[in-house]
Design a protein around this ligand. Structure first.
Ligand code: AMP
Length: 284
């Protein structure tokens, strides 16, 4: 696997793959890679002949006072795990070159960016859409891979790709979890031992809600309220719990199969996200 740090080298490497008629798969990340990221790499590798992974801690998507400065950075370890997962090219742009002085363009995906994470973190999805649009134009992939853990992000990217006619396929892969259910996240390293134990209540409460919906609870507000209470009882501070239609991010008016239940909680200073998709009613 090769590592490139500037646009000219990226274009040369991807151009070489294109001349060999290899399909290009792309996974944008912020590094501190775990099995969730690597599942995307493996999925891309099963569908594309040439897999590009970017690692860039994007300042545009962090608000003042968030964890941009302390976000984990470990490029060498990441490069080694990417190589063993089968990635072909690591693109790790240098921040000062990626956003040159005077950079002033942004991509704003209205509507799907407004609720949930967008409401909790104003400007976050503008930063995400801007960096992903720029990376798509730089890499020029045939397919791009994202994790369902960041559900609203997938809706924002899908909408942007549709609205701006990016010529690529967006693939959404399932959330990869630790043994106790906690969704893998680069931010899990911030958790102390006690916080890590408490954090498992997030997925547990969402799984319970999915079971209640499968057993016949169709009222989305009741499902949200019960989940919120369960999270609070486990000592988690709840930012939101929302039953939503995942494509539009609109609040669901019925807790039916395909509706997502998404939650954000805080454990100490660490914010954790997760979601489940409701399933068919179980036949007794
Ligand atoms: P990040 O480095 O956090 O920006 O994530 C890069 C990509 O990996 C995004 O598409 C995430 O949704 C995805 N991802 C992060 N955690 C997981 C996980 N536990 N399972 C599957 N995909 C994930």
């Amino acid at each position: 696997m090769k590592t490139v740090r500037d646009l000219a080298a990226l274009r040369e490497a991807v151009g070489g793959a294109r001349r060999e008629a290899r399909r290009v798969g792309f996974i944008p990340t912020m590094g501190a890679l775990h099995d969730g990221h690597l599942s995307l790499v493996r999925r891309a590798k099963s569908e594309c002949g040439f897999v590009v992974v970017s690692i860039f801690v994007n300042p545009l998507q962090f608000a003042a006072g968030e964890d941009f400065d302390r976000y984990p950075r470990r490029l060498e370890v990441d490069a080694a795990v990417l190589e063993s997962a089968g990635a072909d090219l690591l693109y790790a742009p240098v921040p000062a070159n990626f956003y040159p002085p005077g950079f002033s363009t942004s991509v704003d995906v209205a509507d799907v960016s407004d609720g949930g994470e967008g409401a909790a973190r104003p400007g976050h999805f503008r930063g995400v859409a801007t960096v992903v649009a720029k990376l798509f134009l730089q890499v020029g992939p045939d397919a791009a891979y994202f994790g369902r853990k960041d559900l609203q992000q997938t809706a924002v990217i899908r909408r942007m790709v549709r609205d701006l006619d990016f010529p690529l396929r967006v693939v959404i892969a399932e959330t990869v979890r630790e043994a106790d259910g906690l969704a893998m996240s680069s931010r899990n390293v911030y958790l102390s031992g006690e916080q890590r134990t408490r954090a498992a209540a997030l997925s547990r409460a969402l799984f319970h809600a999915r079971d209640r919906a499968a057993a016949g609870q169709t009222d989305p507000r009741a499902l949200e309220d019960e989940t919120r209470r369960e999270l609070e009882a486990a000592g988690l501070s709840v930012d939101y719990v929302e039953a939503i239609e995942a494509g539009s991010m609109a609040r669901a008016d019925r807790a039916s199969p395909g509706i997502a239940l998404a939650a954000a909680v805080r454990v100490g200073k660490t914010r954790l996200l997760d979601n489940v998709v409701l399933e068919e009613r179980k036949t007794p």
